[in-house]
Ligand binder design. Structure first.
Ligand code: ADP
Length: 385
């Protein structure tokens, strides 16, 4: 009970914790880098102090051999800008100076000689202390690259998980659809058969009353067929097939559609399952016809395209109303429809049929109105016949 209540919390917190890890990694690396930067200044100050200490005993000319020393200037007389150092109010004054590409750490340090108090301006090559920050800087770069890769992998894993859940849901839906369709098919056949018989026996006078039952059962039969196809798409049985064969079948099936169907004729053949290809094309052509408003002269164009690296493409283009931006992302969602009597299964089935033929299906808007649906078989090429 408690575990089931905690589960959503754990499911939410876990990705959050995983996403926060790279942030913690970067923040820690920045802190280390900053701390090492401070250590670098401490190191340079220490070096300057050591040099100042040696100035009290070592002759000036020997100081030139001091490693990392970029410049040395002595102030013998009091200068107003360094008065704090002269009168002992300041022990040390430092600044960073840039000369071209070079960064200098400059320290003003008082020291004693026999002649009296002096101030040395010690210029140190700041890069001498870079070894202290180098690892921290590299660590920060690695943390940034690693975190980006980590977050990318997390996003990919989450997307894959969501996709897997979607697929599992679709598979479940498909199974359920197939079971339901099987259960509905037989009683529906009985209802239709007996209604047809009744219509014949009762004659024309009662036919009008029975007509809605017949048309609605036909619609349900189509839905059952779609559900069965959606649940269990048939396996492709491929053979060398002429385009003319598919074209003829398409034109026959679209004869009564009410739109002008212009189907490109080409004497070519390739290996495919003509039944499945025809079914896919009929679905697309039907959708194309249904998208054309009654007042417009409808034209549905079926064209063939081929290219060396493109494989074979069959495009079904219409001059219909097209689809909205909102519909664009949902076209292949099962049961999504904008039609009063649509099932929302046509495109999902068509895509499944196309995939079992080794192809892809894509719908794009045509400029100026209309839709272009393309079946693309990249791995195929046709033969002239
Ligand atoms: P149905 O035809 O039952 O609605 P489909 O899966 O075939 O189911 O289509 C889903 C939706 O996609 C349609 O309702 C329609 O909004 C849109 N659609 C499909 N083909 C076209 C097309 N050629 N032109 C405009 N919209 C289309």
């Amino acid at each position: 009970m408690v575990t089931s209540r905690l589960q959503p919390l754990v499911r939410m917190l876990l990705p959050l914790a995983v996403a926060l890890m790279p942030v913690a990694w970067i923040v820690t690396s920045i802190r280390t880098w900053q701390a090492m930067g401070e250590q670098r200044v401490v190191y340079l100050r220490h070096r300057a102090a050591m040099i100042a200490g040696r100035l009290e005993t070592v002759p000036d000319e020997l100081m030139e051999q001091e490693p990392g020393l970029a410049g040395l200037v002595f102030y013998v007389n009091e200068t107003p800008e360094l008065s704090g150092l002269w009168n002992g109010q300041e022990l040390f004054r430092t600044e960073t100076v840039r000369t071209g590409e070079r960064e200098l750490f400059r320290a003003y340090v008082p020291f004693h000689r026999q002649e009296g108090l002096r101030i040395a301006r010690i210029d140190l090559d700041a890069s001498e202390a870079d070894f202290l920050v180098a690892h921290a800087r590299n660590g920060l770069v690695i943390a940034c690259i690693g975190s980006t890769a980590w977050l990318g992998m997390l996003a990919y894993a989450m997307r894959a998980q969501r996709r897997q859940a979607e697929l599992a849901h679709m598979a479940e839906l498909g199974k359920m659809s197939a079971v339901l369709a099987h259960e509905i098919r037989n009683p529906l056949g009985t209802i239709k058969g007996f209604t047809q018989l009744l219509a014949e026996r009762l004659g024309a006078a009662h036919r009008e009353l029975l007509e809605p039952i017949l048309s609605e059962t036909s619609r349900l039969e189509q839905l059952v067929r779609d559900l069965l196809l959606y649940g269990r798409p048939p396996a492709a049985r491929e053979r060398e097939c002429q385009w003319a064969e598919v074209r003829a079948g398409l034109l026959v099936r679209m004869r009564q559609s009410g739109a002008r169907v212009e189907c490109e004729s080409r004497a070519v053949s390739w290996k495919t399952d003509p039944e499945l290809l025809l079914q896919a094309l009929v679905n697309l052509a039907q959708n194309a016809v249904e998208s054309i408003p009654a007042e417009r002269e409808g034209v549905v164009r079926v064209s063939l395209e081929s290219g060396a690296h493109l494989g074979i493409a069959i495009a079904v283009t219409d001059n219909g109303i097209g689809f909205s931006d909102e519909a664009r992302g949902r076209l292949f969602e099962p049961f999504f429809t904008t039609k009063a009597t649509g099932t929302g299964l046509g495109l999902v089935i068509t895509r499944k049929l196309t995939e079992s033929l080794g192809g892809t299906l894509e719908l794009t808007a045509v400029e100026g109105g209309g839709t272009r649906a393309v079946l693309r078989f990249r791995e195929r090429s046709w033969n002239a016949c």
